[in-house]
Design a binder for this molecule. Structure first.
Ligand code: ZN
Length: 556
């Protein structure tokens, strides 16, 4: 008997049941932990007149779901009583005793279970929340989760001195809302269902204490703030300001692509002209059948010279043919017979000279083996010599080295072609713009080299870079007073994409100067927008405005 009492006492402690509830039985039925408990308060308070009542009218049982215990569902069977209210003037004659705040009247779950479901909802959303709850041993459904989330009251907005406002997309590029952030407490204070000036104005009218509105560069928030909070300073957000500049720079760079590319090609061909010349000749292919040892240097030089001449003539013929000249006329001009030209035409590509006859060599039987080893990456001549010697090769080691020379030469040409890849021919304004707008100390060596090459290749690019970096510096050091000087420089630069950026700045100049000077920054609001996007995605983008607002305002 005593042991049994102890067990019940422990159960009560384990489940942290409130005072006044005593455990009278523990059972497991169908995997559900059933805890029977009885209310032991000698009296209860009448909910109407608040006087204490002691005379019991009747007993009844409430079935209440509770938090799971070690992953097991828990159900409480609470035996509660009805009392007579004995105050003669009270309208209520009979009332049920209350167990709040542990269980609210009429509730079928404990308050702690209710709150857990709510928390799961705010952390995950309806559908995902229902699945998570199921894993945790909580029985619920997504509708209940959403209902509980919506039931949580939102705190009324307190005083806002510095307001940050920005837009976000419900559906990308189609439907927008606004997010409002208290710039001092860094908290999201409200969401608005659109980004219209009227809506922002109405909200700000309710907060005459606002002293500063940090906004993006859209005209709607400017108008909303002007009318709704005329007492406040407006600051154009630095993030958006810089973003607009980045867009202008990208356009300007896109327009100069030709200038940059040609400039780079010119610098390149002066410096590396020799390499280019060599690359213009097609590489000779080595196969087992035509594989010969390298000729001596002198013969090879002669052969190459003749080949270069022939190649040049071939190029000349092709060009003349493109001009529409016939074979007879071309032959006359170039100094070849019409017959040769016809043969070339039939062949359709650069005619290599007839090969020197290949002399049989004692190396030939081992050629396929050496070639395959070469392709596998074994390119050491002495090593290969030892390998074929073991297979019966009787020739000299020098012979092997001579056979490998043409392979080495081909490899060098291919490597050169790869490394001498002309700079900036793949220039993209979209990539280059980040080299221009970033802090130069954060660029790595390669980025630095690319940036330098671009600026060397084009004077316009050089000017753009100087202007952008000046602006970046001004923004970084909060020297809004220097704005006028900068604007004048841009106007003088004649770069039209930057000039349209300047026009935009002129239209909103007071706010831009404030944005460049004051420490407040909408970067904070941007961060909140990102968080909002995350929440939206977690709900697969399906949340309607009221639920989204509720989730963002109560985000964990
Ligand atoms: Zn009463």
């Amino acid at each position: 008997m005593e042991k049994d009492d102890l067990k019940k006492m422990e159960t009560k402690l384990l489940l942290s049941l409130p005072e006044g509830l005593e455990v009278i039985g523990i059972n497991v039925i169908d995997g559900v932990l059933i805890i029977s408990a009885v209310s032991t308060h000698p009296s209860a308070c009448c909910p109407l007149c608040s006087s204490l009542a002691t005379r019991v009218h009747s007993h009844y049982t409430r079935k209440i779901a509770d938090l799971p215990c070690a992953g097991q569902q828990v159900r409480l069977l609470l035996q509660v009583r009805k009392f007579f209210c004995e105050v003669s003037t009270c309208v209520r004659k009979i009332f049920a005793e209350r167990l709040a705040p542990f269980v609210e009247p009429w509730a079928r779950v404990t308050t702690r279970l209710y709150q857990s479901v709510q928390t799961i909802g705010f952390a995950t959303g309806g559908m995902l929340g229902a699945r998570l709850a199921d894993r945790l041993g909580i029985q619920t459904c997504w509708m209940t989760i959403l209902r509980r989330m919506m039931a949580l009251p939102t705190e009324p907005v307190q005083q806002v001195i510095e307001l940050g406002i920005d837009d976000f997309a419900f559906r990308r590029g189609r439907k927008f809302g606004s997010i409002l952030v208290d710039m001092q407490s860094h908290k999201v204070i409200d969401l608005l269902p659109d980004r219209k000036a009227e809506t922002a104005k109405a909200w700000m009218k309710g907060h005459p204490e606002i002293k500063l509105v940090s906004r993006d560069r859209g005209g709607d928030y400017a108008a909303g703030a002007r009318q709704g909070a005329p007492q406040a300073i407006q600051t154009a957000d630095r993030f958006h300001l810089y973003k607009n500049l980045v867009e202008a720079v990208e356009l300007a760079l896109a327009r100069c692509r030709t200038e940059i590319r040609n400039g780079a090609a010119l610098a390149f061909s002066e410096e590396e002209g020799k390499v280019v010349e060599e690359l213009r000749l097609p590489t000779e292919f080595v196969s087992v059948e035509n594989w010969k040892p390298a000729p001596d240097a002198c013969t090879e030089r002669e052969r190459l010279s003749r080949r270069a001449e022939r190649y040049d003539r071939y190029a000349q013929v092709t060009a003349l043919r493109l001009q529409g000249l016939g074979n007879a006329e071309i032959a006359r001009r170039v100094g070849l017979t019409a017959r040769t030209l016809q043969n070339w035409q039939k062949q359709g590509s650069f005619p290599e000279a007839g090969r020197r006859r290949k002399r049989p060599s004692c190396f030939d039987p081992y050629a396929p083996y050496v070639l395959s080893r070469w392709e596998q990456g074994c390119q050491n001549g002495s090593h290969l010599y030892r390998e074929i010697k073991a297979q019966g090769y009787t020739g000299q080691e020098r012979q092997v080295h001579r056979f490998l020379l043409p392979l080495r030469k081909n490899m060098r040409i291919i490597q050169k072609a790869e490394s001498a890849h002309m700079p900036l021919q793949d220039f993209s304004a979209k990539d280059a713009v980040w080299l221009f707008v970033r802090d130069p100390t954060t660029l790595d060596e390669k980025e630095h080299a690319t940036l330098t090459a671009i600026c060397q290749a084009s004077e316009t690019a050089r000017t753009i870079y100087q202007l952008v970096q000046e602006f970046r510096h001004m923004l970084h050091t909060r020297e809004g007073t220097k704005l006028d000087g900068w604007l004048a420089k841009v106007t003088a630069s004649q770069i039209r994409e930057l000039q349209s950026f300047v026009l935009g700045v002129e239209r909103d100049k007071a706010a831009v100067v404030a944005g460049l000077t004051l420490p407040q920054n909408n970067g904070l609001v941007e961060g909140k927008v990102n968080k909002l996007k995350l929440i939206k995605r977690m709900m697969y983008g399906r949340a309607k405005f009221p639920l989204l607002r509720q989730r963002v305002l109560h985000a964990l």
